[in-house]
Ligand binder design. Structure first.
Ligand code: AHG
Ligand code: MN
Ligand code: MN
Length: 331
């Protein structure tokens, strides 16, 4: 049955819980706590420009070697606070934390782990451009340690999604079947279903890539982007906030790329909490996500913060990119 537009995220989650015989309610509570973190971060972002220095840097460098902004830290702490002492999450992995944060010692098999980019696109913050958060949920597997259990391929995610802090705040997620989008009504502090059963167009008109890196791409990637630019009907769009670029790609179709370069063959984006959750959403909506040679969701990770080249979006554009990459160098 088609879910009712306008129903609250909370009700939507509870309705879905009733369809799962034997559900304990823990998974529902986990999703509701993610939405709480989203609402808190959204509120803070909306007024951060009014607070002196709130959009500036902490002075720290994170495990990625990037300068940490105060809002990166705030968003990270907000997610931790939303889950501390709830018993809902065994382990939290974050872009802003070097190692896993154990919220439950002695994690039970089947317990949940949460992997997050708490604030994505934070270099866009000081000019009031859309940013986001992305998240993936995994289950602790039998007979292996919580750490090893974090290194599962994305295909085993039990839920994933993102939050977009733009003109409105949206939460888009999937628990394995369809993808649904909810828009925050700040007046009542609730996310309401606004985009039921999102499907990505088979083909789109936007391509999205940071072309400043063109000279450092492989000849195959250069040839593919040259092809897109010379083909009829394409227009370029690049926000520089992954969540925003993927959200547009999801709704309008087209392709997003962050390829490797000669200096950084694995590109920039992190597998566990950026590429995997967004690949999951795109695939569940009918799209494709690849490194160029391998489906992103099939990659067996070896490190928490590993990076991966990314090409994702509408099936037609991504399949063509794969053909260019498989073929002989064209220059
Ligand atoms: P983050 O702010 O979480 O470190 O992520 C930044 C990422 C991503 O949002 C975006 O797609 C990419 O950086 C943009 O990188 P370039 O500036 O190299 O294009
Ligand atoms: Mn990011
Ligand atoms: Mn980030």
């Amino acid at each position: 049955m088609e879910p009712t537009r306008g129903i609250t995220l909370h009700n939507f989650i509870l309705q879905n819980q009733r369809k799962q015989p034997g559900a304990t309610g823990e998974f529902s509570a986990l999703l509701i706590q993610i939405s709480l973190a989203a609402r808190v971060i959204s509120r803070e972002l909306s007024r951060a420009g009014l607070i002196e220095e709130a959009l500036g840097f902490t002075g720290d460098i994170n495990v990625q070697g990037e300068e940490v902004r105060k809002m990166d830290e705030y968003a990270n702490e907000t997610f931790i606070r939303a889950f501390r002492d709830t018993g809902l999450i065994c382990v939290l992995v974050s872009e802003e934390l070097e190692g896993p944060e154990h919220l439950i010692q002695a994690c039970p098999v089947g317990g949940y782990s949460l992997l997050i980019d708490p604030l994505d696109g934070s270099s866009n913050l000081d000019c009031d451009v859309t940013v986001g958060s992305s998240f993936a949920v995994l289950r602790q597997q039998h007979a292996i340690s919580p750490e090893a259990s974090l290194l599962q391929p994305g295909v085993q995610q039990v839920a994933a999604g993102y939050i977009l802090y733009g003109p409105s705040t949206m939460m888009v997620y999937s628990t394995g079947d369809e993808v649904n989008g909810f828009t925050l009504d700040a007046g009542i502090g609730e996310f309401l279903l606004s985009h039921p059963h999102i499907r990505i167009p088979e083909k789109g008109k936007y391509y999205s890539v940071n072309e400043a890196n063109y000279q450092n791409w492989s000849p195959q990637i250069q040839a593919y982007v040259d092809h897109i630019k010379s083909a009829k009907g394409y227009s370029g769009r690049y926000v520089g906030s992954l969540v925003a670029d993927i959200h547009r790609t999801l709704l309008h179709g087209g392709v997003f790329l962050y390829p490797g370069t000669a200096k950084n063959p694995e590109g920039k984006l992190r597998l566990l909490y950026e590429a995997n959750p967004l690949a999951y959403i795109l695939e569940k909506a009918g799209g494709k996500a690849t490194t160029g040679t391998e489906r992103i969701l099939d990659i067996v990770p070896t490190q928490l913060h590993q990076r991966v080249p990314v090409i994702m979006g509408s099936p037609q554009e991504v399949s063509l990119a794969e053909q260019y990459i498989a073929g002989p160098a064209l220059v």
